[in-house]
Design a protein around this ligand. Structure first.
Ligand code: IPM
Ligand code: MN
Length: 362
């Protein structure tokens, strides 16, 4: 298969981890005989420094000419300490999601057996964690009209959803549940918010076309609690933009390291793959950032294009690095391995294939 992949490494540790994901994709290319054409462009604080714009025209144009985007990270403390700044790196990411129509953000959360000890929760609570969050990504309060009164003493953000926006992601979430453990939890605040009541009506109606999937609903405050009390109860979680943002960060700590979680953002035409973690400025340039979330995002990219065996080869090589302790210091403070060692190990084991060619298939 021939794929054009746009690389948007972005800020902080983004470039370091993306480089490792690219070397893993190159190993896949060689091992399985595909052709991946990579082209890079800037986004975020780096792009602001270069052009004044967090999403330069050229970057957007490159994404639109590509089959998929591999994104690194965005954000710089320079801007966080200055909330009044007119231009912010995050605007680049939000505009990219909107322009590419990436309405569905898919964030799988699972616990790697060798890392259960790293979780802040007890083993018996986390060991059966395996769920995926479907977060609506281009609507709701993130994109509704914003106002600030002229005297600066009142402000508002509108949370607006249409039936179509809810229904297109709901169908994706139900299809995912059908292929998994057949349970879908809609998270909302329907006891208070009109937009949540619309979500409930639309999703309950759609559930009729997926009789094999059991639908339940939870208010977001309760869901936040349930995620910590009993994460094993969840299979597919469907929710709106901001609830999904918050719950996915909560979900990301269950497994012990945010450095392991990948994500996919998909729309009708385009798709983008990125680690859940941020730009981790304190680690920039130190060769200590965990590249596995970026590498697993590359695996999600392969899966998205139907390259199942290839995606499996990447995941198996990642499992192996965890099993053999070839990990960055976030997972093992005594580790002597750097970002590039871990990436190199994974890429090498994709190529040698010993772990996936029918030997260890579950
Ligand atoms: C995420 C991030 C973004 C979001 C920020 C950087 C705008 O937190 O992808 O979850 O809030 O969506
Ligand atoms: Mn977030």
């Amino acid at each position: 298969m021939k794929l054009k992949i746009a690389l948007l490494p972005g800020d902080g540790i983004g470039p370091e981890v993306t480089a490792q994901a690219v070397s893993c994709l190159q190993a896949v290319e060689e091992t399985f005989g595909h052709e991946f054409i990579f082209a890079s462009a800037s986004v975020g604080a780096v792009a602001i420094a270069e052009t004044g714009d967090p999403l330069p025209e050229d970057t957007l144009a490159l994404c639109k000419r590509s089959d998929a985007v591999l994104f690194g990270a965005i954000g710089d403390p320079k801007f966080d300490n200055n909330p009044d700044s007119k231009v912010r790196p995050e605007q680049g990411l939000l505009k990219l999601r909107k322009e590419l129509g990436l309405f569905s953000n898919i964030r799988p959360v699972k616990v790697f057996p060798t890392l259960i000890g790293n979780s802040p929760l007890r083993r018996e609570i986390v060991e059966h964690t395996d769920f995926v969050i479907y977060r609506e990504l281009t609507g709701g309060i993130y994109f509704g009209e914003k106002t600030l009164s002229p005297d600066g003493t009142s402000a508002s953000d509108l949370c607006l959803y249409t039936e179509d926006e809810i229904s297109r992601i709901a169908h994706l979430a139900f299809k995912a549940a059908k292929n998994r453990r057949k349970k879908l939890t809609l998270v909302d605040k329907a006891n208070v918010l009109e937009s949540s009541r619309l979500w409930r009506r639309v999703v309950t109606k759609i559930a009729e076309s997926y009789p094999e999937v059991a639908l339940n609903t939870l208010f977001v405050d309760n869901a936040a609690m349930q995620l910590i009390l009993n994460p094993g109860q969840f299979d597919v979680i469907l929710t709106e933009n901001m609830f999904g943002d918050i719950l996915s960060d909560e979900g990301s700590v269950i497994g012990g390291s945010i450095g392991l979680l990948p994500s996919a953002s998909v729309g009708e035409r385009y798709s983008m793959f990125e680690p859940i973690h941020g730009s981790y400025p304190q680690a920039t340039g130190k060769n200590i950032a965990n590249p596995l979330a970026s590498i697993l995002s590359a695996a999600m990219l392969l899966e998205h294009f139907g390259l199942r065996e290839e995606a499996d080869a990447v995941s198996k090589a990642v499992d192996r690095s965890l099993r053999e302790g070839i990990v960055t210091p976030d997972l093992d403070p005594k580790s002597k391995y750097g970002t590039d060692d871990v990436g190199h190990f994974v890429a090498t084991h994709i190529a040698d294939g010993e772990d996936y060619r029918g030997l260890n298939k579950e």
